[in-house]
Design a protein around this ligand. Structure first.
Ligand code: SME
Length: 161
C-alpha cells in the first residue's frame, strides 16, 4: 500500500478516453465489455480490478472482469454493498477507505478504495462499472469524469448479449 496514491493525471485520462471509441468498437456486446475492462485494468495502475455488472431483475450480475483474481460476488442484490447502493441511487459512488464504509462487501483483502459508476440507458440503470484499488483514496473527480464518459460510450453495448 502506498502512502501517496498514484492518481490519474488529466493527460492520461484524456488519452484513455480518446482510445475508448476504438476499444469499444473492436467488438460487440460482451466482447466490447471485455475489451473495456481489460483496457482500463491494463492501462491505469491504480485500477487493481475492473468489472462490469449488468442488471438482471432485482440483482446485479457479474458480466466481464479483468484483474488478478475472480470475485465470489458474482450476483449482488440491488441495494446491497457499494455496488448495489450505486445501482439503487443511480449515481457514482467513491469510497476512499473501504475499511470505514459499512456498506462494503469484501472481494479482495488487498482492496483499499472502490469506485462504482452506473451505466444508464434513458435514465435507467442497466449496469455498472466497478473498480477496486489497492491504494487508499485512489480516486479523484478525474476518475469519475473518465469513467462516467466511458459508461456513456459503453451503454449501447450493454443492451446486447
Ligand atoms: N465491493 C463490492 C462488491 C463487488 S467486488 O468489489 C468485486 C461492494 O461492496 O458492493
Amino acid at each position: 500500500m502506498k502512502a501517496t496514491p498514484e492518481r490519474l493525471s488529466r493527460e492520461h485520462a484524456r488519452e484513455i478516453l480518446g482510445r475508448m471509441d476504438s476499444v469499444i468498437s473492436s467488438a460487440q456486446g460482451r466482447g466490447a465489455r471485455d475489451a473495456v475492462v481489460k483496457a482500463l485494468n491494463g492501462t491505469i495502475p491504480a485500477y487493481s480490478w475492473v468489472g462490469i455488472y449488468l442488471v438482471q431483475g432485482a440483482d446485479l450480475v457479474l458480466d466481464a472482469w479483468a484483474g488478478p483474481a475472480a470475485t465470489e460476488h458474482t450476483r449482488i442484490p440491488i441495494g446491497k454493498g457499494v455496488c448495489g447502493f450505486a445501482a439503487k441511487a443511480g449515481r457514482t459512488e467513491i469510497v476512499s477507505d473501504v475499511g470505514k464504509d459499512p456498506r462494503y462487501l469484501e472481494c479482495f483483502t488487498s482492496t483499499r478504495a472502490e469506485m462504482v459508476v452506473p451505466i444508464l440507458n434513458e435514465g435507467r440503470v442497466i449496469g455498472e462499472i466497478d473498480i477496486d484499488s489497492d491504494q487508499l483514496d485512489a480516486f479523484s473527480s478525474l476518475d469519475r469524469e473518465l469513467l462516467e464518459a466511458v459508461a456513456r460510450k459503453l451503454a449501447p453495448q450493454c443492451r446486447a448479449p
